[in-house]
Write a protein that binds this ligand. Structure first.
Ligand code: IPE
Ligand code: IPE
Ligand code: MG
Length: 254
């Protein structure tokens, strides 16, 4: 399928998909290659998955590319990841424009080297569509706890400035203070590489996300596996605390 055939009402019901792209190192180690090869191969998967998400009618995609904890990796690996990111942005930019994908990013971006920030700014400018088909958010130098701390700081500043009463602080006010308040909460989180943990990703936003963990390592993750995850999601019953009977009767009355 081509991304021009977008399904505006995807039957799987996923508006926002979040992915923890894990397993690059193990992919390379299994082939007796250096981790570098795994990261290169992993970076190549991104383009295809972004286009597949467009084809599937997903409107928001958040990719976990580099966590605040990943700064603790060997410096050579961190530098390689930064260089790869820039190469990837340079090779994907036209494809994003062609598919009407807007790029945004989130995280402690001030920690990124200037050459990465410049490239991100260039591609963000180049892809800032008024009505994108898909908004792709790269989580870079991202930590869920840091995002919550930053939100708390913003709220505290509003209180100090006298524009917000502490009594007015609500879930909605808090959500509006996160990095990407325009994003709906993720409906589905996919984690490749088989680990059953969230690794400091989207801690607030994931309160009710469905979780799909696959043993497949990120460099092997393809659009068929994405389709499997979406099919599995569409079979899940999202109860949001209610009983199954309540959910079924609400669905029957629509
Ligand atoms: C994910 O793959 C990429 C990043 C975290 C940047 P890993 O590098 O974590 O791969 P594994 O988990 O060691 O296999
Ligand atoms: C999570 O993967 C972060 C990214 C995919 C960017 P990690 O490989 O860093 O996660 P942990 O450390 O195994 O939990
Ligand atoms: Mg890992």
């Amino acid at each position: 399928m081509d991304s021009s055939e977008v399904n505006p009402n995807p039957e799987h019901g996923v508006r926002h998909l979040a992915i923890i792209m894990d397993g690059n190192g193990r992919w390379a180690e299994a082939r007796r290659l250096g981790r570098t090869f795994g990261h290169r191969q992993g970076a190549r998967r991104v383009e295809d998955i972004v286009v597949a998400c467009c084809d599937q009618g997903i409107t928001h995609l958040t990719l976990y590319a580099f966590s605040t904890e990943n700064w603790n990796r060997p410096w050579a690996e961190v530098q390689l990841l930064m260089r790869l990111l820039v190469q990837q942005l340079r090779s994907i930019d036209k494809k994003l424009v062609k598919n009407r994908v807007s790029l945004v990013c989130q995280g402690s971006l001030e920690r990124l080297p200037a050459f990465v920030r410049l490239e991100l700014a260039r591609v963000e400018r180049m892809t800032s569509f008024a009505e994108p088909k898909l908004t792709l958010c790269l989580s870079l130098s991202y930590g869920g706890r840091q995002e919550l701390v930053d939100a708390a700081r913003k709220i505290a500043q509003s209180v100090r400035a006298g524009t917000l009463d502490p009594e007015q602080i609500s879930e909605a006010v808090f959500a509006a203070s996160l990095y990407r308040p325009e994003f709906p909460d993720p409906d589905l989180l996919i984690r490749t590489g088989g680990e059953y943990r969230v690794s400091n990703f989207l801690l607030w936003q994931m309160a009710y996300s469905e979780i799909f963990v696959t043993e497949t390592l990120w460099p092997d993750f393809d659009r068929n596996e994405l389709a499997d995850a979406l099919a599995e999601f569409s079979r899940r019953e999202r109860r949001f605390g209610k009983t199954s009977a309540q959910v079924r009767s609400a669905e029957a009355s629509v």
